[in-house]
Design a binder for this molecule. Structure first.
Ligand code: COA
Length: 199
């Protein structure tokens, strides 16, 4: 299968490096995916109780998943490295590519060691810049739970626009949560470059 992500880039910003997963990065993902906040905000579990006591060691299937990401031309999975330490603190992903629509989905997650220091904002901007400069993608979309205002803010800062909401699309701890849909189009990105705003 072909795809826009046959080449696996390394993207560098001031604080973040995004790169294909190396063995040490995969090791680090165990604790990151077991982080209670990551589990809750990515919809990986349905209750607070399930966020506790998750194993910080990847099972064989998940490890194999990371080991094979470089072979997938229809998606881009990059380790998110904190340049101040050189350690992997999360991941940034383009998936759900549609050739006919020239679109894909974006998602990211960062463990406790990397959050709230600007890494997610910079990583998202790097991914969007890459998509619109190195591929023919026209649209990138994402879903974010309504109980995650930080992520929504980060996506807005990276140029994503609110599109609407899927009402009560997700249930957590027995409470129904809306899912917010956001997107960025190639034309938005070019427009932002022509008319930059502060920050
Ligand atoms: C969401 C995530 C990627 C953001 O990355 P990050 O590196 O932590 O975020 P940054 O430090 O770049 O930016 C955080 C911004 O959110 C703002 N923020 C923090 N908490 C907020 C809140 N409750 N409401 C609104 N804004 C908030 C901060 O002020 C900052 O904005 P500023 O730079 O304009 O001041 C990361 O926190 C994460 O992975 N969290 C857990 C999993 C997750 O939520 N994944 C996304 C699923 S859609």
């Amino acid at each position: 299968m072909n795809g826009p992500f046959e080449l696996k880039p390394t993207l560098r910003g001031d604080r973040v490096e995004l790169r294909p997963f190396q063995p040490a990065d995969i090791d680090a993902m165990g604790a990151i995916l077991a982080d209670p906040e990551v589990l809750r905000l990515t919809g990986s579990v349905r209750t607070s109780a399930e966020t506790l006591h998750q194993s910080a060691t990847l099972d064989a299937e998940t490890r194999r998943w990371y080991e094979t990401r470089a072979e997938q031309p229809d998606r881009l999975d990059l380790a998110l490295i904190d340049r101040s330490t050189g350690h992997c603190v999360g991941e940034a992903v383009f998936n759900e590519w549609s050739e006919a629509d020239q679109s894909c989905n974006y998602r990211t997650l960062i463990g406790a060691a990397g959050r709230d220091r600007g890494l997610g904002t910079e990583a998202t901007k790097l991914m969007v810049d890459y998509a619109f400069s190195a591929t023919d993608l026209n649209r990138i979309e994402l879903d974010v739970y309504d109980f995650n205002p930080r992520a929504r803010h980060v996506y807005e800062r990276a140029g994503f626009t609110y599109e609407g909401r899927k009402r009560q699309a997700f249930t957590f701890d027995g409470t129904r949560i809306d899912t917010v849909v956001m997107s960025i189009l190639r034309q938005d990105h070019i427009g932002a470059a022509l008319h930059p705003t502060q920050g």
